[in-house]
Design a protein around this ligand. Structure first.
Ligand code: ADP
Ligand code: ADP
Length: 237
């Protein structure tokens, strides 16, 4: 199997605080990894490191075999890594379809992506993505007017156009009620499997991790506390 993410002894310090402490693991293509752990454990810092937003102070990191230092090209990064967050990261005043098109053109910038509305095959792809997430009827709505669950589905449609090899999600359902949260996790993991992508998601709920993911990495004090396939994680956690 193909190694998509390799992390060797990475550490990150904030003044006197240790956010990540000599962390190591590797993740293969097709794995659905849930990062769990208490607030302040280092999950966001770790995801930001994998996204190349935060540079580790020590250690070694490769994404699809490419070392951290070489992942500077925006276009290359957009092919490798897609990100979703708790706050959706959409442009509220723009239409749903325009936000989706921004995924295809991650390396163009948002305003140029307006032009893509005029390109028939781009528009076709965006409409298809919206259909897959069940939002066809909302395509022309102003994004800010949608519910939280719907906005996260717009973010998923945007990822369908971006087609990154790896998806990093930081608490993607933390702001949603339980029913919506399960909706989004189910949709996210289904799409990732269909697209043969690799997923790393931080989550508060072990129950959701067990239900939708293949592997759980528990982080505590910036270290790997345990790293197990879901079937080996006991019910009692
Ligand atoms: P989480 O929801 O993952 O627990 P937090 O609410 O702790 O995240 O942090 C939100 C953001 O603030 C993150 O981007 C994190 O990097 C940053 N942050 C967290 N703690 C500090 C701190 N002590 N000083 C500055 N920024 C911080
Ligand atoms: P989690 O996502 O698991 O809640 P974080 O990665 O947000 O954990 O935070 C890990 C530790 O690093 C915490 O102690 C947090 O306060 C600290 N931290 C995170 N980001 C910053 C920052 N930008 N500046 C200072 N401290 C930070």
């Amino acid at each position: 199997s193909t190694e998509m993410i390799t992390v060797k002894n990475i550490s990150k310090y904030y003044e006197r605080k240790i956010a990540l402490s000599s962390l190591s693991f590797s993740i293969n293509k097709g794995e659905l990894v849930a990062l769990i752990g208490p607030s302040g454990a280092g999950k966001t810092t770790l995801l930001n490191t994998l996204a190349t937003i935060v540079k580790p102070d020590e250690g070694f990191l490769t994404i699809t075999g490419i070392p951290f230092e070489k992942l500077t090209n925006r276009k290359l990064l957009a092919k490798k890594i897609g990100i979703i967050r708790q706050q959706f990261d959409l442009v509220g005043q723009l239409s749903v379809i325009h936000n989706v098109l921004a995924g295809r053109l991650a390396d163009w910038g948002l305003f140029k992506s307006l032009l893509s509305l005029l390109l028939p095959q781009e528009k076709e792809a965006a409409l298809k993505a919206l259909e897959r997430v069940g939002l066809s009827d909302k395509k022309l709505e102003q994004t800010a007017k949608l519910s939280g669950g719907e906005q996260q589905r717009v973010a998923l449609a945007r990822l369908l156009l971006q087609k990154p090899e790896i998806i990093l999600a930081d608490e993607p359902v933390a702001s949603l009620d339980p029913a919506r949260a399960e909706d989004i996790l189910s949709m996210l993991t289904t799409l990732v499997k269909e697209e043969n992508q690799t997923l790393v998601t931080s989550l508060h709920s072990v129950e959701y991790a067990r239900k939708y993911f293949t592997r759980i990495i528990a982080i505590k004090n910036g270290q790997v506390f345990f790293d197990l396939p879901v079937h080996e994680v006991s019910d009692s956690l």
